[in-house]
Design a protein around this ligand. Structure first.
Ligand code: AMP
Length: 425
């Protein structure tokens, strides 16, 4: 394009411009989500876009480090762009709040940055909307986050989505007897990448006793409704940790039922996470339109303490771009930003009158566009038609303090009651 190098005219891979139509939809979704979580008592916070590298790595060393945009500032400090928001919020809460301020209900909307292989729904800069419930232990807090997650996805207007609940303690309990820690890591990785052939092979080579292997092999099938909990319990006999996980999940699910959400929320004990800060309940949200998660979260009781103060916590986040992609694929059409209702034009001598009239109409919430190109009437009408502006008003003179106007529809038809409608009352 026009002979300029691509680094001058293109955005980096995985980062994109958002033009008004899409931007309008994006901001509407964000506003809707914000209004929804505020009704549940969550308060908005902002954290810096970049942090000390060490602060982020403290949250989850290896996984995080792999995906970070890292740089050195002029003071020689190593900084990084935040790859998610839970870690910065954990740092913020540990350093800025006291125990007597708990529980805290916080939410955020912000850009995060990760080295990811770009494709539809996978960007290197994307926006997450999330909630964190901090300083609250126990199933009620987890159930609130799960219910809020379901409500949040619903508030976006998604026709179909599903939320699955799992528990990190189930898998951890089943593998804790594995003598080779690499085998447990390999199993987790295979589950994460849904490579069940490899998963089965690693389980069979793990040296675990037969019952434990049977439970691990069943893991990817332990999904569905409440009955999955009974199956999970009978498979986990002999692992107190896995059984405790099932009990905790059952307690949360009981509350989810009380919220009346069982048609939206199911159980999936095969959920695993690459981040190691999760410590309890796990949440994932899906829609059939996407090949990856729409949202995710869970309990992270040990994360905040890495920053100096110990608070239990649980949360959930979804990706706005993914929600937009899912909505688009569901055939949902949000009307774009409405055009101005009136285009005002005037000659050089009437500019002050024009500004005054425009201001007066805007105070009455009429959307006004003011011509800045010196359009003649015919040109103004053509422009209004092109932009979908219904009416054109031209200032032709002055009557005392009041402007004299000529008002017409964009079609060129007269709009006889126009001046009264605009200037009266
Ligand atoms: P995570 O923090 O990886 O659990 O992701 C939480 C949510 O953020 C996902 O469910 C997605 O909606 C969104 N997300 C994660 N990675 C990307 C990405 N590379 N591009 C767009 N959205 C993403």
């Amino acid at each position: 394009m026009n002979g300029l190098k691509y680094t001058i005219v293109q955005t980096p891979r995985g980062a994109k411009d958002i033009l008004p139509k899409e931007a309008y939809l994006k901001s509407r979704l964000e506003q809707r989500a914000a209004a929804f979580v505020e009704e549940w008592g969550y308060a908005r916070v902002y954290t810096p876009t970049f942090e000390f590298y060490d602060a982020l790595a403290q949250g989850d060393g290896p996984v995080i480090a792999d995906s970070l945009y890292r740089f050195v500032d002029r003071e020689g400090e190593t900084l990084a762009l935040r790859p998610e928001m839970t870690i910065p919020i954990a740092r913020m809460v540990a350093t800025r709040y006291r125990p007597d301020e708990m529980p805290l209900r916080l939410y955020y909307i912000g850009s995060v940055f990760r080295y990811a292989e770009p494709q539809a729904g996978r960007h290197r800069e994307f926006t997450q909307v999330g909630i964190e419930l901090i300083g609250a232990k126990g199933p009620r807090a987890d159930a609130e986050v799960a219910a809020l997650a379901a409500g949040l996805l619903e508030s976006l207007g998604l026709a179909s989505f599903r939320l699955d609940l799992g528990h990190i303690g189930y898998f951890q309990g089943l593998v804790e007897a594995v003598s080779d820690s690499r085998a447990a890591t390999e199993m987790k990785e295979a589950l994460l990448s849904q490579d069940y052939v490899r998963y089965e092979a690693v389980v069979k080579e793990s040296g675990l006793e037969a019952d434990r292997q049977r439970a691990l092999l069943a893991l990817p099938t332990l999904r569905g409704g409440e009955d999955v909990l009974d199956a999970a319990r009978s498979l986990a006999q002999g692992s107190p940790r896995a059984l405790a996980a099932v009990d905790n999940l059952a307690a949360v699910y009981g509350l989810v039922k009380a919220y009346g959400l069982t048609d939206r929320v199911g159980i999936d004990l095969g959920i695993t996470k690459d981040l190691d800060y999760y410590s309890g309940l796990l949440i994932e949200g899906y829609t059939p339109e996407l090949g990856f998660t729409l949202g995710s979260g869970g309990r992270y009781d040990q994360l905040v303490s890495r920053y100096g103060q110990d608070f239990a916590a649980t949360g959930f986040a979804f990706g706005v771009e993914r929600a937009m992609l899912a909505l688009d694929r569901q055939g949902w059409r949000e009307p774009g930003q409405p055009p101005a209702e009136v285009l005002l034009i005037a000659g050089d001598e009437q500019q002050a009158l024009l500004f005054e009239l425009a201001a007066r109409l805007r105070r009455r919430d009429v959307r006004i566009e003011v011509d800045v190109s010196g359009l003649a009437l015919e040109e103004a009408l053509a422009y209004a038609r092109r932009k979908g502006i219904a009416k054109v008003v031209r200032i032709i003179g002055q009557d005392g303090d009041a402007p004299q106007v000529e008002a017409m529809l964009a079609s060129g038809e007269p709009w006889p009651q126009g001046p009264d409608e605009l200037l009266g009352a």
